[in-house]
Design a protein around this ligand. Structure first.
Ligand SMILES: [Zn+2]
Length: 72
């Protein structure tokens, strides 16, 4: 049962929770967790991808997965 922990570690490598905001560890841009739109990186950020990123959705999905697996 160690596999389910890895996605959260991967998330933590790219993002940081700062109160009610999620922050990109590379460019430092923040987005409110309740903001529905895609994350907006700095123009020069290496974490930028062509596809839209939703770190708060990802985090919610990861936590839900853990709850379903009985880890919380
Ligand atoms: Zn960034």
């Amino acid at each position: 049962m160690s596999v389910p922990y890895l996605p959260l570690e991967a998330w933590n490598k790219r993002w940081a929770l700062d109160g009610a905001q999620v922050r990109c560890k590379l460019c430092g841009h923040v987005q409110d967790l309740t903001q529905a739109g895609a994350f907006c990186h700095a123009l020069s950020c290496k974490a930028r991808t062509l596809e839209a990123q939703y770190p708060s959705h990802e985090l919610a999905a990861l936590l839900q997965q853990k709850i379903q697996l009985g880890l919380f």
